[in-house]
Design a protein around this ligand. Structure first.
Ligand code: A3P
Length: 319
């Protein structure tokens, strides 16, 4: 996935030699650190983050498991925060950069190479960051801070299908059955980048139950189902609710249209260039709920349902 070429420190190599490891279907190595699987260079980013990140009170962190709607959440949040600065969409930051360029990943971009990166780019407040790390990986850094986290959660089966297509695209492979089966297995076993997915989702779900002012738990399906209600919820959580005047002027719909998959994917900035070696256009595909029904066999569906039921038992969370 978004795997860069940062250097693994000697200290990290020693740590890695003590961690459980797994080799993926392309012979790339993952290791399990604090319960999650990371490629080595991402682990270096996580360690740099843990060693160096100090939140500011107003920070906003957009969190997700990969392929759960990260790009959409970033675009919506940028559009919400930006509306006081650029009321028209003519010179909007989303026209000149991809949502991932505007809201970089802490462990993959910002802390990729160093535990003390230059944060000058984030001088205007609030600072917007993103992450695919589970909540517990950030706990020590964030525990005394009032900074806010927005988590987007998506149906596991659609996330899996989205991963399969994305994985094929970035590895320039056909999205064939054999790749689907290895992705399926990796999801089930949890031995996948940032997995297991259930632990990921639960880490944010539990934190949200403990402190709903700290973590907003959003769902991709609800955002699709009732986008107006969900974007208002997001705006309120971020402390910038829509005014009556804005609502009367149709700004809610304007932002939703601007951030729609159709609009964003059609922008020149998202059709050309790469982000972390990934063609930006690969961040946009179908954006539908239930696309998994076209690809998973009934056996795969049953197996996932059983695992989900077992893993989420008693949590109050439904996928
Ligand atoms: P599909 O592969 O099911 O189409 P992420 O942003 O976390 O990488 O997730 C990618 C998924 O979100 C893809 O799902 C992609 O099509 C969808 N997506 C991207 N931009 C979107 C948008 N503006 N609105 C709705 N869905 C979007």
């Amino acid at each position: 996935s978004n795997v860069g070429d940062n250097k693994i420190s000697e200290e990290t190599s020693i740590l890695i030699s003590t961690l459980p490891s797994h080799t993926d279907f392309r012979a790339n190595k993952l290791c399990n650190y604090q319960g999650s699987w990371y490629y080595y260079n991402t682990l270096q980013g996580v360690l740099n983050f843990q060693a160096g990140f100090k939140p500011q009170d107003t920070d906003i962190i957009l969190a997700s498991y990969p392929k759960s709607g990260t790009t959409w959440l970033k675009a919506l949040t940028v559009a919400l925060m930006e509306r006081s600065k650029s009321p028209s969409f003519d010179h909007h930051p989303l026209l000149s950069d991809n949502p991932h360029g505007i809201v970089p990943f802490l462990e993959i971009d910002v802390y990729h190479e160093s535990s003390s990166p230059n944060l000058a780019k984030f001088s205007s407040l609030p600072r917007l960051f993103s992450t695919h790390m589970p909540m517990h990986a950030m706990h020590e850094n964030l525990k005394d801070s009032p900074c806010k986290i927005v988590y987007v959660c998506r149906n596991v089966k659609d996330t899996l299908i989205s991963w399969w297509f994305f994985g094929s695209a970035i590895h320039k492979m056909e999205p064939n059955r054999s790749l689907l089966e290895s992705t399926f297995k990796a999801f089930c076993n949890g031995t996948i980048y940032y997995g297991p997915i259930w632990e990921h989702v639960l880490s944010y779900w539990r934190r949200c139950l403990e402190d709903p002012k700290k973590v907003l738990f959003m769902r991709y399906e609800e955002m699709k189902e009732e986008p107006r209600g969900q974007i208002k919820r997001l705006a309120e959580f971020l402390g910038c609710p829509f005014t009556k005047e804005e609502e009367d002027n149709g700004l809610v719909d304007e932002i939703l249209d601007f951030c729609s998959l159709r609009n964003l994917s059609g922008l020149e900035v998202n059709q050309t260039k790469k982000f972390n070696k990934v063609d930006r256009k690969n961040f946009f595909r179908k954006g539908e709920v239930g696309d998994w029904k076209n690809y998973l066999t009934p056996e795969m569906e049953n197996r996932l349902d059983m695992i989900i039921q077992e893993k989420l038992q008693g949590s109050g969370l439904k996928f």
